[in-house]
Design a protein around this ligand. Structure first.
Ligand code: NAD
Length: 497
């Protein structure tokens, strides 16, 4: 049984609704996770609200010291956390450890909170009058996270929120719930007072309560676009601050002058790493001009060399998908691509059958389509699996038009040796994050992460300075101290300084 983490304690709940958690590499159920009721969500918010005033009033330096200790604990427990991720998600241990490293970098960023919270001050904005502008925490913040990054995405949120002086209720994915509880335990070990960080498991019932609860000041969401829209609308309705990151379909533009070996290496890693279950995965290679044949030739041996298997096995490159239903959905896209007339160059169903016969589990091998087009579902829709398509276009302008007309706009990358063209593309790509000869342009933690169009709903991106802005509100204080000779403020005109 997987516990909630409420008020600094593991809380086991036997009654009520539960969901099973599976090991995707075997298809065997490994645990049961409670699905909180609305009343349990209210109780978690009440705990966070009660803990908030003392935490808000704790000096930022001391809050930062908790994060420094937390950082050391996450580092020390990195392998254990990676095993928890692989057991429930399926990605390889190396990939899981890499995602923890990206989360660690956000903790390191949040350790700088005393300086990040520094405000602005001016003396003598009027005679005898000073003005200062401060950033204050919001209160109770909630985070709702997806299955694919059980450590990294929660770490995008709660270290920054808590460093800013908020308390937090984290609702992790019910499919990969264990890592969040362990992270919260480590925060407790680092000295975080009980109730400042709570982990509440659940599904729509718990989420909907967090969206409308009057004591939740702000919601950070990462997940699929339909749910992101729902979260954004719910928060807007309730008048609360929200950042909702949705689905993605990321393109990598390959120009004819690109280093084809480098582009193919990048594509294989970005398309098939984590079995394609990354919001920054590349799922479309856009081959410009004569690049198509050379790119395809460079990709094929690399794809064929990839090893499919359980993420715990040292020589494995591609692990299983998250659930049996998701596997069926992704297989459906292979059938759709064939029916729509794309050329199926590598069929991942063949390797998958061999692997599933060995270990059970939800496997699909790396799959490649060539000659796909913007009319096809395999281009239009987010697949979230190990499926890469090549779309061939005539010119860089066609490539830009293709990316910019897509519903999703998280990121895009361009591979070229032409600096001027790369610069032009970076300026014209209408997406949140751009890589130039960099395949997965997830920004460093002190920059901010976020997409556009149906990949992002809200105003402030996550982590970096944008994250600090999201989790704080400004107060501006204008002050004057009594002085014997002051004129009295009895005039009713608009005051001027
Ligand atoms: P999901 O939308 O199914 O679930 C995300 C969270 O929302 C989970 O905590 C889940 O319990 C909750 N949820 C699910 N259905 C809900 C509903 N109807 N009402 C309220 N809450 C609900 O997403 P997922 O399958 O866990 O994750 C995969 C998706 O997340 C993909 O679309 C991927 O692109 C996206 N993602 C985006 C980013 C990004 O940065 N933009 C990062 C990671 C994942």
């Amino acid at each position: 049984m997987i516990p909630h983490w409420i008020n600094g304690q593991r809380v086991l709940v036997a009654a009520g609704r539960h969901a099973e958690v599976f090991n995707p590499a075997t298809g065997v159920a490994t645990g049961r996770v409670p699905l909180a009721s609305a009343a349990e969500a209210q109780a978690a918010v009440a705990v966070a609200l009660a803990a908030w005033p003392a935490w808000r009033d704790t000096p930022a330096l001391r809050r930062a010291r908790v994060l420094f200790r937390f950082r050391e604990l996450v580092e020390r427990h990195r392998e254990e956390l990676a095993r928890l991720i692989t057991a429930e998600h399926g990605k390889t241990l190396g990939d899981a450890a890499g995602s923890i490293q990206r989360g660690l970098e956000v903790i390191e960023f949040a350790c700088g909170i005393p300086q990040l919270l520094q405000g602005e001050a001016s003396r003598e904005v009027g005679t005898g009058i000073d003005c200062q502008s401060l950033r204050e925490p919001l209160g109770v913040c909630a985070g709702i996270t997806p299955f694919n990054f059980p450590a990294m995405v929660p770490l995008w949120m709660f270290p920054v929120a808590i460093a800013c002086g908020n308390s937090f209720v984290l609702k992790p994915s019910e499919r990969t719930p264990s890592c969040a509880v362990r992270l919260a335990e480590l925060m407790g070990e680092a000295g975080l007072p009980p109730g400042v960080l709570n982990v509440l498991h659940g599904d729509r019932e718990a989420v909907d309560e967090l969206l409308c609860h009057p004591d939740v000041a702000a919601v950070s969401f990462v997940g699929s676009t339909p749910v992101a829209r729902h979260v954004y609308a719910g928060c807007a309705q309730a008048g609360k601050r929200v950042q909702a990151l949705g689905g993605a379909k990321n393109h990598l533009l390959v120009m004819p002058d690109a280093d084809m070996a480098q582009a193919a290496d990048a594509l294989v890693a970005a398309a098939y790493g984590s079995a394609g279950e990354r919001c920054m995965a590349i799922s479309v290679a856009v081959a410009v001009g004569s690049a198509g044949d050379a790119l395809r030739a460079a990709l094929l041996p690399r794809i064929r060399a990839l090893r499919l298997g359980p993420g715990t096995q040292a020589d494995v490159d591609v692990g299983p998908l998250i659930t049996a239903q998701h596997l069926e959905r992704v297989r459906g896209y292979i059938a759709a691509g064939e029916a729509e007339g794309a050329e199926l160059v590598v069929d991942g169903r063949i390797a998958a059958e061999r692997q599933a016969a060995l270990s059970g589990g939800y496997f699909l091998g790396p799959t490649l389509f060539d000659h796909a087009s913007s009319a096809m579902r395999i281009w239009r829709e987010e697949i979230f699996g190990p499926l890469l398509i090549i779309v061939r276009v005539a010119t860089p302008a066609d490539a830009l038009a293709l990316v910019n007309q897509h519903e999703f706009a998280n990121g895009a990358a361009i591979y070229t040796r032409d600096g001027r063209l790369a610069r032009e593309c970076a300026a014209r790509l209408d997406v949140g994050m751009v890589g130039i000869n960099v395949p997965i342009p997830v920004p460093a933690a002190f920059f901010s992460f976020g997409g556009r169009r149906s990949s992002f709903f809200g105003d402030s991106n996550v982590h970096g300075v944008e994250g600090v802005r999201f989790y704080t509100q400004i107060k501006t204080i204008t002050s004057r101290w009594p002085h014997g000779g002051d004129a009295r403020d009895s005039k009713l005109d608009m005051p001027t300084l």
